[in-house]
Design a protein. Structure first.
Length: 133
């Protein structure tokens, strides 16, 4: 029984690593093969690639947008400060998980948040901005 519990305790770590890899691959293809969003585009919404359009009028497409700031581009003029804050948040959540966390139900949500934040930090170092879709 102890072996099963030990394997399950690494699931958030493995899933987080998988998410970071999937994020990097999808952003690579977005950066290299999808034009940046254009609000004046005459083809599918904003120059994106249409995925589906259903009878209810709901459209789903993938568009390439860049973000030099935090949420919705806020604080774009403070990129270095945002990078440091992102890295401090990652370290803080990791320390929380390793030292303070007593409830294992927090492991997966925190691992997903860490994976997303690591993806954004990697984007900053690779592309100079965060790739959004």
């Amino acid at each position: 029984m102890k072996k099963n519990r030990d394997r399950r305790s690494f699931l958030p770590l493995y899933l987080g690593i998988f998410i970071v890899i999937l994020d990097a691959v999808s952003k690579y293809f977005t950066q290299h093969y999808l034009p940046v969003m254009n609000y004046d585009a005459i083809w599918y919404p904003y120059g994106g690639i249409g995925i589906f359009h259903n009878i209810l009028g709901i459209e789903f497409s993938i568009t390439h947008a860049t973000n030099r700031g935090a949420a919705w581009g806020t604080f774009a003029e403070f990129q270095t400060t945002l990078l440091v804050l992102r890295m401090l948040c990652i370290l803080g959540i990791i320390l929380y998980l390793l030292v303070l966390n007593k409830d294992s139900s927090w492991n997966l949500p925190c691992a997903l948040i860490i994976a997303g934040a690591i993806g954004n930090v990697l984007d900053y170092f690779i592309y100079g901005h965060v790739i959004d879709m």
